[in-house]
Every structure is written in structure tokens, then in C-alpha cells.
Design a protein around this ligand. Structure first.
Ligand SMILES: Cc1cc2nc3c(=O)[nH]c(=O)nc-3n(C[C@H](O)[C@H](O)[C@H](O)COP(=O)(O)O)c2cc1C
Length: 186
């Protein structure tokens, strides 16, 4: 089972990154192979629909390949202007239904305010349009959230919530992988 996470924040102190990592760590504890694609280390060029030469970009190739091979996906975006961040949205323009169809997708968003539900709802709408299956438990990270040095949430309820997201993602990944295999054999 391969789970791929995307951190869509470029901030050096990103809470989005910490949330995506918490889900991936929990998935890894349950035997998943996890990969975190972090836009801070592997930036992607601005998507242009007519620039096919951009597909030769090393980071673009790696991102598309990882998403192709993923059985489950964790998407993390910062909340900017009540919406997905631009770098995050740009990354998603490099992929489409081929990478998302019949795959489960966990959604994480960090905000400066108390809740990033507007952004998470927009992310949900985007994933639905790509025919992905949204994990029902959302990962909203309020601006006041504190983390331990090992990356865990200080609040046990938050830690449990992100572990639940990881557990649901793994379970759905298994079910949907089987479903994709069944369809391929028809
Ligand atoms: C350009 C910009 C726009 C933002 N817009 C909002 C916003 O609409 N609502 C909000 O609560 N916080 C907003 N914030 C605060 C971020 O959501 C907050 O810093 C969050 O932690 C960003 O995620 P990150 O820590 O992963 O970078 C904004 C920050 C920036 C830089």
C-alpha cells in the first residue's frame, strides 16, 4: 500500500506540513509505504496548458509518477484568503482524473483562524471533480495549534483525529485498490 502526501505550503514553519506528516506517520505505522512530496524542496513550475516541454521538468515528472502509483493520497493546503493556496492549487493542475479516480484522498488545511472548513470544502469539491473519494474526517489545523518536538499534536484530541484520518485512509486504500483491480479484470 503506497500513500503519497502533498505539502502545499512554502512556509518554513508550516502547520500544513505537520498535519500531512502526522497522517503519513500513522499510515506508516500500519505498514504503508509513505512518500511526502514537499513543494518547499521540490517546487513545480507554473502550469501552462500549452507548454508540453514542462513535462520534462524533473520535479513535475516525479510528482506525476508518485501520484500515478499512489493507492491513497493526503492533500495539504494552507488557507489563503479563505481558499486553497496558489502553490498547492498549481501542483494539482499538473495531475487529473487519471491519478485520482477511485482513490481515497485525505484533506488537511492549516489556517490562522479557528477553522479552515471553507478551504476544506473547496478541496473536497476539487477532489470530487477528479473522481477521488474524500476521507470523511477532515484535518483542520487552527492557528493556535501547538506541536510537540516529535511532531505530534500537544492536544490529544487533535492527535487522535489525525490518527483516525490515517486509519480511515488506509482502510479505504485497501478497499478501493481491490475495486480498481476488479475493474481492470473485467
Ligand atoms: C496570503 C495569506 C492569506 C491568508 N489568508 C487567511 C485567511 O483567509 N484566513 C485565515 O484564517 N488565515 C489566513 N492566513 C493565515 C494562514 O492560514 C496561516 O498562517 C496558516 O498557518 C498557513 O498554513 P501553513 O502554516 O501551513 O503555512 C493567510 C496567510 C497568508 C500568507
Amino acid at each position: 500500500m503506497r500513500i503519497v502526501g502533498l505539502n502545499g505550503s512554502l512556509s518554513s514553519t508550516s502547520n500544513t506540513y505537520k498535519g500531512v506528516k502526522a497522517v503519513l506517520d500513522h499510515a506508516a505505522e500500519h505498514g504503508a509505504e509513505t512518500v511526502l512530496f514537499d513543494l518547499r524542496d521540490t517546487p513545480l513550475p507554473l502550469f501552462h496548458p500549452e507548454r508540453r516541454d514542462q513535462l520534462a521538468d524533473e520535479n513535475v515528472y516525479r510528482f506525476i509518477s508518485l501520484m500515478d502509483e499512489a493507492d491513497g493520497i493526503v492533500l495539504g493546503s494552507p488557507e489563503y484568503h479563505n481558499m486553497m493556496g496558489g502553490a498547492f492549487k498549481n501542483a494539482l493542475e499538473w495531475v487529473g482524473g487519471r491519478q485520482f479516480k477511485n482513490k481515497p484522498v485525505a484533506l488537511i488545511s492549516a489556517t490562522g483562524g479557528p477553522s479552515s472548513m471553507t478551504t476544506l470544502s473547496a478541496m473536497q469539491s476539487m477532489v470530487r471533480s477528479l473522481h477521488g473519494w474524500v476521507v470523511p474526517v477532515f484535518g483542520s489545523i487552527p492557528g493556535t495549534t501547538e506541536f510537540k518536538p516529535n511532531g505530534e499534536f500537544r492536544d490529544p484530541a487533535m492527535q487522535l483525529r489525525f490518527m483516525t484520518i490515517g486509519a480511515e485512509l488506509i482502510e479505504l486504500s485497501k478497499l478501493l485498490k481491490q475495486r480498481r483491480q476488479d475493474w481492470e479484470q473485467r
